[in-house]
Design a protein around this ligand. Sequence first.
Ligand code: FES
Length: 87
Amino acid sequence: MDFYFVFDRLRDGMTETLPALSCRPQPRAMRACECAGLSFHEIACRIEAEGLALDEVLTRTGCGRTCTACVPDLRAFLANRSARSER
Ligand code: FES
């Protein structure tokens, strides 16, 4: 089973089962891969400038290859960026 699928299901399950309390701290999205020392903006620029697929950029940079904590937020960042550019 895909790790990212399991991670997303766990996160979604926690969000659905916990009550929406106003005092509950909201998790902040990551804005960089801490392991590789690359911001998501830099990764997006490489994808656009070099015309590469995300997996190719991740392989070349090492982003998302160590602890993988950044991958869900990176995918969300790129999806939001793509949606904004289509408007
Ligand atoms: S924060 Fe990106 S691999 Fe660890």
